[in-house]
Design a protein around this ligand. Structure first.
Ligand code: GRF
Length: 207
């Protein structure tokens, strides 16, 4: 996959990095980032929230926190690959228009094409709910439970052209207990994600 990451400039409290958060659903991770940025002087600031889903509850945090937020849904065209390219082009344009310097995927349920990744590589971060390289893909909790694992966790990583294969920035472990359901495990992992993601962004933005 190559290690050709181009990092963002170094953010500071006086001149924080302008970040965009990409979401698809509830946006609890986004909320944790927004609260973190409000709670103390930060070297990153959220300037844009984009969802690929108009019904995404997380979009409401835009008005709550006075951050521009909107949905960019998939355009309706037959060819699936062209549809992805077109969609990503619109997202990219909006990021550029808002002078975004770092893109944060937080529960964004789309796999980005290598074309988009190349434009943002090193400035595109994701959180995944497992201890990568274990349980990549869309069903990390289901896979951990099916495996009979007694520990899982979450990983913040740079995005590369693969699926959940980019350079790891930070990880936290989370225990799995007997009788855990998918929902229970998901909530336990999210609690840890909400600490790990903002902290990791602090470190990455001030490097
Ligand atoms: C998180 O667990 C994240 O790791 C995964 O999707 C979940 C997003 O939850 N990719 P939310 O929308 O932030 O509540």
């Amino acid at each position: 996959m190559g290690d050709s990451y181009i990092p963002p400039r170094r953010g500071s409290i006086d001149n924080p990095l302008r970040i965009a958060v990409l979401i698809s659903g509830g946006g609890s991770g986004l909320l944790a980032i927004l609260n973190h940025q409000l709670s103390k002087p930060s070297c990153h600031v959220t300037k844009l929230i984009i969802s690929d889903n108009i019904d995404s509850k997380g979009l409401n945090y835009g008005s709550d926190f006075n951050v521009t937020s909107f949905a960019i849904e998939l355009p309706i065209i037959q060819d699936k690959y062209q549809q992805r390219i077109l969609h990503e082009n619109i997202v990219h344009e909006k990021l550029i228009e808002s002078n975004i310097e770092l893109v944060i995927m937080s529960g964004y349920m789309r796999i980005l094409t290598p074309i988009f990744v190349k434009k943002w590589k090193g400035r595109l971060v994701n959180i995944h709910p497992s201890l990568l390289p274990k349980y990549p893909g869309a069903h990390a909790h289901r896979d951990a439970l099916a495996d009979g694992a007694n520990v899982t966790g979450c990983t913040v990583h740079l995005v590369d052209e693969g699926v959940d294969t980019g350079r790891i920035l930070a990880q936290s472990e989370v225990p799995i207990f007997e009788g855990d359901t998918l929902e229970i495990l998901q909530e336990r992992v999210k609690k840890v994600e909400h600490l790990l993601y903002p902290q990791t962004l602090d470190n990455y933005c001030s490097k």
